[in-house]
Design a protein around this ligand. Structure first.
Ligand SMILES: Cc1ncc(COP(=O)(O)O)c(C=O)c1O
Length: 471
């Protein structure tokens, strides 16, 4: 029982809720005392994995007490009620300004062009829709067909782009990754482009590998391509993770609005923006790149309220959290947090490299996450798989996902850790010890594990395991 609950024992004693099944289909006929309802909900949802040991998620699992207090105090505020809470709308605009400047916006207007989102998914959708509408308007003006739009991305796309393609019926053309080309190959991407290409989407902080696509090379190749073809295919950068890493730890890397064809960028405030979920941001290089058609106004909230977004109501607390983090940490604070995460990640990476049965996928760690796989020679005779290791680590509370790489590399089973603020060098040491202990146990096995023996069963199991496609 949770001791934080201000439980009234009489209520608990007199109530049958603990001996009856909780409702699954229908709302109960009668109320339940709050202490009891609290306890039931709490018990059912008590984290199965401690958030800090969840190394699968990119999403913030730690904020300091003041940030948490601020966000809790704003829990009953709906962002869309701008008339009632105008300062929050201003704070939102200040956050967009700060992020636009971190990404080197050339826009000179006092208020930069961007939008709040519930996460990167919504932010990516908005960037994608803007590119589509710009392309459509141009095609219409030229009296050309506009019924077959497409966009180009590497096969390591996050599932949001599959949703974008399906929901807006825009063809997704994917450049397959290979062992040689572990990130988006600009030449291959351009081969897939044509007059119907609304944009190319490089990824900073590829979900599957942690690597960055080379946006500068893509921009240069696109400059040539657009010149030769007369097209003006732009770039939307999906910087869900990298958007809050690169400005602080690799400011010389040109991937942002310093590049000619980068017209929009999206990121997750709730990943390395260091805010609890859900928060995303999208910024355009200039107001001219955000089609007017994407702004919708309503007049029934006490004034004319104009918004760009897929959702209408949304929590305001995350905006307070984001602005707090900007003030609290400042540039140097963010830099320290991200560098620390990279340093813990680097430590783990070097320790994994020392374990003879593993191979790191890349020597580079541009974002605080990396993947590794089983040494192919060892793999031939091993009685266990990385899926077994995932399960084993779960028994000690860790969530370290094993999954297959995207198509073309999908015979590679890999394991990934994402290092976030709050994951310390000590915890990384504990994880390494748990991994070594698990391997020592696996090596004593007389018979192969189920995942090793039964490929079809392993395939089945994989469906229930962590992957990025949501399938
Ligand atoms: C590259 C990339 N894009 C988009 C997303 C979707 O982000 P969100 O969960 O914030 O909607 C993710 C999430 O992991 C991602 O890694």
């Amino acid at each position: 029982m949770d001791n934080n609950c201000n439980c009234n024992n009489d209520e608990l004693l007199e109530n049958d809720a603990f001996v009856n099944p909780t409702p699954t289909d229908r709302i109960p006929d009668n109320p339940t005392p709050p202490e009891v309802a609290y306890q039931i909900v709490k018990d059912e949802t008590y984290p199965q994995t401690q958030p800090k040991l969840n190394l699968a998620t990119f999403v913030t699992t730690y904020m300091d007490d003041y940030a948490t207090k601020l966000m809790n105090e704003a829990i009953n505020i709906n962002y869309i009620d701008e008339t009632e809470y105008p300062r929050i709308a201003v704070m939102n605009a200040k956050c967009i300004n700060i992020i636009a400047n971190l990404w080197n916006t050339p826009e000179t207007a006092a208020w930069k062009t961007g939008a709040l989102a519930i996460g990167s998914s919504e932010a990516c959708m908005l960037g994608g829709v803007a590119a589509w509408l710009r392309w459509r308007a141009k095609r219409k003006a030229q009296n050309k067909p506009f019924d077959k739009p497409n966009f180009v991305i590497s096969s390591a796309f996050q599932v949001v782009w599959e949703k974008f393609a399906m929901l807006w019926q825009i063809e997704m053309r994917t450049v397959p990754l290979t062992l040689e080309n572990t990130t988006l190959d600009a030449k291959e991407a351009l081969k897939m482009c044509d007059e119907n290409t609304i944009c190319i989407v490089p990824i900073m902080g590829v979900t599957w590998t942690g690597l960055n696509d080379d946006v500068e090379a893509l921009d240069a190749a696109l400059e040539e391509y657009n010149k030769q073809t007369g097209f003006d295919i732009p770039i939307h950068v999906d910087a869900a993770s990298g958007g809050f890493i690169l400005p602080f730890v690799d400011p010389e890397n040109k991937w942002d609005f310093r590049l000619k064809w980068v017209l929009s960028i999206s990121t997750s405030g709730h990943k390395f923006g260091l805010v609890y979920p859900g928060l995303g941001w999208v910024v355009w290089k200039d107001k001219q790149y955000l089609p007017d058609k994407m702004s919708f106004s309503v007049n029934y909230l006490g004034a004319e309220v104009t918004q760009v977004g897929l959702n209408f109501s949304r929590p305001a607390a995350q905006i307070l959290g984001q602005y707090y983090q900007f003030i609290r940490l400042g540039f140097s604070g963010y830099k320290k947090v991200q560098s620390d995460s990279l340093s813990v990640c680097g430590y783990l990476h070097s320790e994994i490299a020392k374990i003879p049965v593993f191979k790191n996928y890349s020597n580079e760690i541009p974002n605080p996450l990396f993947i590794w796989y089983m040494d192919p020679e060892y793999d031939k005779t091993a009685k266990w798989t990385l899926y077994d290791l995932q399960y084993k680590l779960q028994q000690s509370g860790w969530m370290v996902p094993a999954y297959t790489l995207p198509s073309n590399l999908d015979n590679f089973v890999v394991m990934r850790v994402v290092c976030k603020q709050g994951f310390t060098r000590d915890m990384a040491g504990m994880l390494i010890n748990d991994i070594k202990d698990a391997i020592a146990e696996f090596e004593k096995l007389d018979y192969p594990t189920n995942t090793r023996v039964d490929i079809s069963r392993a395939q089945n199991d994989k469906k229930q395991m962590f992957n990025h496609t949501g399938k």
